[in-house]
Design a protein around this ligand. Structure first.
Ligand SMILES: Nc1nc2c(ncn2[C@@H]2O[C@H](COP(=O)(O)OP(=O)(O)OP(=O)(O)O)[C@@H](O)[C@H]2O)c(=O)[nH]1
Ligand SMILES: Nc1nc2c(ncn2[C@@H]2O[C@H](COP(=O)(O)OP(=O)(O)OP(=O)(O)O)[C@@H](O)[C@H]2O)c(=O)[nH]1
Ligand SMILES: [Mg+2]
Ligand SMILES: [Mg+2]
Ligand SMILES: [Zn+2]
Ligand SMILES: [Zn+2]
Lengths: 212, 212
């Protein structure tokens, strides 16, 4: 049994537990500081008028900064410290799920640590996966990390308001990703100006069940 | 023998080889897209009038984008693809050193992949280490990665021209680092406007041996 096989086994158990409880889990990966937490905050806010029960599992090497931000949004949240581990893994998610009330939950956001290299080796059992990068990381992020981008079908390119200031063309990033992953979809976003939030919710097939 | 002990042994062999050849090696680590390559390019340009023989070892998961940029600066360079490995390691550096002409070299920049988690477990044998982060990664980068910041004594906080646009105070980052690492030194930089290049060269004790 390889280490990846062990991880897949644990991830599958998480997947089944979530399905049994009718919870849609979304794995949010990305570069350090790309806007993962901000995007999740905006989606939570956008879904407030709806009847959606939302929870978050928030991974960081240390501290609970992002976990506190999610609590402030009024959702259930669990903080996971990965410490010296490369990134979040299925066993940590399994333990985190035990601290959450899954019966009242419809949607679970799992925010990984900033890491574009290791997550492919550590599936967590989510239903959907999204990578969040930002233009301020430069134009070559996708082609420098082919493994994760070729196997993840949704990418958010955030902070497009900064494109001019960092001399980056978002279209180059979009083109590199299309070449690497013909099935992949890109959402351009600027969290500060609320651009791309609805497009992201749509791409994640998250609908508002009550009001709007 | 632990895996860290094996890495230290390899790193030490690299260290001695470099010392025998009078090469000062500087390990440049940091977040994805923080400005590592741009800073090295600027330092190379700044040192052009000097008699300094410069080389680079350039690590990326895939491709040779940054290696090509260094070649364009007129220095010797070796491209290392880390592929599925978390980050650059001492064995890859050992092999890279074999492709470089060390006799003509005074200064070697080793650019690691963007990773703020794993490099502490993979020393490469450099004389000095510097972490490059940028304000666009947010205010909490240092406190979220205590291991690497507590053991690295020089940090560049780059892209300070963007601080307002990302709602980040560089002083918060400086303060978090001072708390974590009382020996540490910070250089504030804005590569686009050539701010911080001389301060960084000074912090790295790189002097111009001819002219200015
Ligand atoms: N200009 C601009 N700044 C943004 C945008 N989105 C996020 N930021 C800023 O980017 C920084 C990081 O945002 P976060 O949401 O904390 O990013 P993150 O990916 O969760 O960061 P980590 O969890 O620490 O890896 C903060 O300073 C935000 O204010 C955007 O669309 N435009
Ligand atoms: N506004 C601004 N942009 C910068 C600055 N420094 C670098 N950039 C931009 O940031 C992006 C990344 O720069 P690089 O030098 O390639 O960064 P890097 O750390 O080598 O990136 P990787 O090797 O891919 O991890 C590029 O689009 C640069 O134009 C700066 O001081 N200010
Ligand atoms: Mg976050
Ligand atoms: Mg680079
Ligand atoms: Zn690692
Ligand atoms: Zn790893």
């Amino acid at each position: 049994v390889t280490s990846l096989e062990r991880e897949l086994e644990l991830a599958e158990a998480n997947y089944h537990l979530l399905k049994e409880n009718n919870v849609r889990a979304i794995s949010v990966m990305g570069a350090v500081g790309s806007g993962k937490t901000s995007l999740i905050e905006k989606m939570i806010t956008r879904l407030k008028p709806c009847a959606t029960g939302i929870g978050t599992i928030c991974a960081d090497c240390a501290g609970d900064d992002d976990h506190q931000r999610f609590l402030a949004c009024g959702v259930q949240s669990v903080s996971v410290n990965t410490e010296d581990n490369c990134c979040l893994d299925a066993l940590s998610v399994k333990h985190a799920l035990q601290s959450l009330s899954l019966e009242t939950m419809d949607l679970l956001f799992i925010e990984n640590v900033g890491n574009l290299i290791c997550p492919p080796d550590f599936p967590v059992g989510a239903e959907l996966e999204v990578i969040v990068i930002s233009v301020s990381e430069g134009e070559s992020v996708v082609r420098k990390h082919p493994k994760i981008f070729s196997q993840t079908d949704l990418v958010v390119v955030n902070k497009i308001d900064l494109a001019g200031a960092v001399n980056v063309s978002p279209q180059v990033i979009v083109g590199d990703y299309a070449q690497l992953n013909p099935h992949g979809k890109v959402v351009l976003a600027d969290v500060f100006h609320n651009r791309g939030i609805d497009a992201l919710l749509q791409a994640l097939k998250i609908e508002c069940t009550t009001g709007q």
